[in-house]
Design a protein around this ligand. Sequence first.
Ligand SMILES: Cc1cc2nc3c(=O)[nH]c(=O)nc-3n(C[C@H](O)[C@H](O)[C@H](O)COP(=O)(O)OP(=O)(O)OC[C@H]3O[C@@H](n4cnc5c(N)ncnc54)[C@H](O)[C@@H]3O)c2cc1C
Length: 389
Amino acid sequence: MVENKADVVIVGGGLMGAATAFFLRQRGLSAILLERDLVGQGATNASFGNIRRQGRFLKQLPLANRSRRLWGDLNRLLGEDAEFLASGHIRVAFREEDAATLEQYKEDSAPYGLHLEMMRGNAMRSRFPFLSPEALMVSYSPHDGHANPRLAAPAFGRAAARAGARVIENAEVLGIIKDGVDFVVETKGKGNFRAPMVQVSAGAWGRAIARALGEDVPLVARAPQMAVTEPMPYRIEPVMGLHSSLPGEGVYLRQVKRGNIVFGGGNRSFADLVTKRANLDPANTLKQLPHVARLLPPTAKLRVIRTWGGVEGYIADDIPIMGESGRQAGLFYAFGFCGHGFQLGPGVGATMAELIATGQPGVEIEPFSIRRFANGFEEPPAADKPHHE
Ligand SMILES: Cc1cc2nc3c(=O)[nH]c(=O)nc-3n(C[C@H](O)[C@H](O)[C@H](O)COP(=O)(O)OP(=O)(O)OC[C@H]3O[C@@H](n4cnc5c(N)ncnc54)[C@H](O)[C@@H]3O)c2cc1C
């Protein structure tokens, strides 16, 4: 069989893989994107849609800032609209101890170029009149917001294809082997693909592929759980999150223009890598509801019309795997985005493409290197942790 050849083969067409394919073409490299199902059908499709920088691991902010700039320029870059809206993002504290950690984060993140506004009392209530009476302080990030997770990855995939990438759906990768200077990537039913460089961006399935290539990581698959209510009149512009140190309270919500409230947070459910299903636990939604109503009291009267989840990869230290392999030249990883990869997606694509094309990533990604697990690790507990957005 004739093998298909390119500069780079990308395994997995979620937001990370599709964005990398697009930016590789911008840099003049040929790329083949292999997606087992349809582009964007994995965790990306299930995302809440938060384009949030505040609250992130500080060393991730340079990457998040790069991504935020790209979100603002996406329509021009892709020629398609992923409905990014810079509506602002607020974290709301109900207690002084939680307000103190917001203040601390403001100070710590300022050197990274994130400028947060703290508000209390009248200033807070006149700016955000819909806030709960319990609200003590908000941390406002005016340039963050939300985008449509159903549109973003397919838009990147189509733009990559228009720019000359080969985007192949229903192409499950079965194995990757090294053959001289090239990797040979074998698929189920779509033939073999050959390239001197390969990127693994297979989301929660990245662990199995990396392990087969000799680099295991402590990833577990979990299913953060989202829901949407019936509509109410549109008046909530910013994305809102309840910032709380108490387990289970950390919920978040946003209102879409047609009025529905989308919310998430609390415990994650069981995710099955074999069936690719996120198994929803109705108890999780029931536990979220009172906290959502505390954050935005009018929601107490709304009915939930739909719930969903997605299969996401969580690394034990809650930061992703990104960068070069520690073992094989030409092999790159971008997976395991721990429930916070949607905002990062465009930046991950641009950074991986820059790294692959030039050998330099353009922003610091060393903390995300797979090499941090080269000396072994403890298997992460199967027990759940709350999903904070
Ligand atoms: C419910 C939910 C809510 C979230 N909310 C937010 C949010 O508000 N803000 C935020 O920043 N992040 C959020 N996230 C996280 C974010 O959506 C993910 O981190 C991000 O989309 C991951 O993108 P990805 O490309 O790495 O993975 P995926 O989108 O899962 O893509 C991986 C792709 O690889 C493919 N694949 C796997 N194995 C193979 C194979 N062998 N061969 C070929 N293809 C393969 C899969 O089919 C899949 O399409 C949320 C996640 C979930 C699940």
